[in-house]
Each structure stands twice: as structure tokens, then as C-alpha cells.
Design a protein around this ligand. Sequence first.
Ligand code: AP5
Length: 194
Amino acid sequence: MFNIILFGPPGSGKGTQSERLIATYGLKHLSTGDLLRSEIANKTPLGIEAKSIMDKGQLVPDEVVIGMISSALEANPAAKGFLFDGFPRTTAQSEALDKLLRLKNTEIGVVLALEVSEEELVKRLLNRGLTSGRSDDTNESVIRARITEYKDKTTVVANYYSKYDKVVTLKGEGTVDEIFDSLCSEINKRMSSI
Ligand code: AP5
């Protein structure tokens, strides 16, 4: 089993690249943002609570997202590996994920961190907000709040995995194809060394 964390700020291209990576490597895509939006679409109590937090650009409580990831791991016992997108976002989430993976006798193989300038992130997300229907993309102050949450609470996740020499930082600007090629080249290197 080979597990990947695709890491980076809001708008860095995690979702875009995840679609291609799962098709190439046959991994199960686990995006906490997508799981939360599905709860919102189904108007579940969890979705209703999460929506008000997401609309402010803040992080949903750790126990909520850890619970969702735990259920998703349980629900996919035959997966060849997982691609985590938008998770973990705090040190507590990283510690919980390590424990959950240990129970399955596996671990994170690599953390691929996409780097994109703040102005490019804002431009991409405002542009997507014109058509995506995502309420957290329509307002620049909410987009900037999401980026601030990332800086304040999520960048530490890269430090957590650096201790284990698992983080590779890549340029997230350029064409989607160029970025995909650089991600694949790092994954292939790590896969061939296990
Ligand atoms: P989430 O859904 O995870 O959103 P995000 O991290 O804000 O990321 P995005 O989906 O906006 O961006 P992305 O990096 O996937 O980029 P994308 O490929 O879409 O989280 C939403 C909210 O849910 C959070 O704010 C939080 O409230 C909550 N949440 C989720 N997970 C949580 C967790 N673990 N803990 C607590 N709360 C959590 O690309 C963006 C745009 O750019 C697209 O339009 C795309 O077409 C374009 N684009 C992509 N690549 C390029 C390129 N190379 N050049 C030009 N444009 C590009």
C-alpha cells in the first residue's frame, strides 16, 4: 500500500492534480472538503454545522474530520493506497492519521507540498467562484481568511512530516501538465525505493 498526502494552500491545485493522480496510480481519493460538501448537500446535522464554519473560511473541528477519515478508511479495506487531499490540516489530525494507518499496518509514503503565491491563489479562487457555486470562493475576504487559517494552523503539518523526511516541495505554478509530471516523478522515485 502506498499513501500520499497532497498538501498546499487553498487553490494550490490539490483537487485538480488528485483527479489525475488517482487515475494514474489507482489510489482512493479522500478529500475532507468533498466529504464535507457532500454532508452539506445532504443537509445532515454535521453538514449544517460545518457549512457555517466553512463559509467563514475557518477549519471544521478536528474530531469531525478525523471521524470522517476513520469511516472512509474502514469503508475501503481493499484500497491499493490512499491519496489524502486537504487532510491532515493540523498536528492533531496528522497524529490521528498516523494512528489510523498504523492500525492498517501502513503509513504515509510521501507528502507532496504545492507552493503557489498568495496573489495567484486569490486570483484562481475568485475565478473559480464565478462558476463553482462554492460559497467560500465568492468573497475575497473569505478566501484570504482560508489562506490565513492555512498559515496559522496547517503549515505546521509539513514540519510534522519533515521530521520523518517525507516532505517534497514542488512549484504549483505552471501548466497543470507540468505540475502533474513533477508530482509523478517524485511519486515514482519514492515508490521504487520501497
Ligand atoms: P477544501 O475543499 O479542502 O478546499 P481548499 O483547501 O480551500 O482547497 P480548494 O479546493 O479550494 O483548492 P485546491 O488546492 O484543491 O485547488 P483546485 O485544484 O481546486 O476545504 C474547504 C473547507 O472545508 C475549508 O476551508 C475548511 O472549512 C473545511 N475543511 C476541509 N478539510 C478540512 C480539514 N482537514 N480540517 C478542518 N476543516 C476542513 O484549484 C483551484 C482553482 O485553480 C480551480 O479553478 C483550478 O481549475 C485552478 N487551477 C488548478 N491548477 C491550476 C494551474 N496549474 N494553473 C492555473 N489554474 C489552476
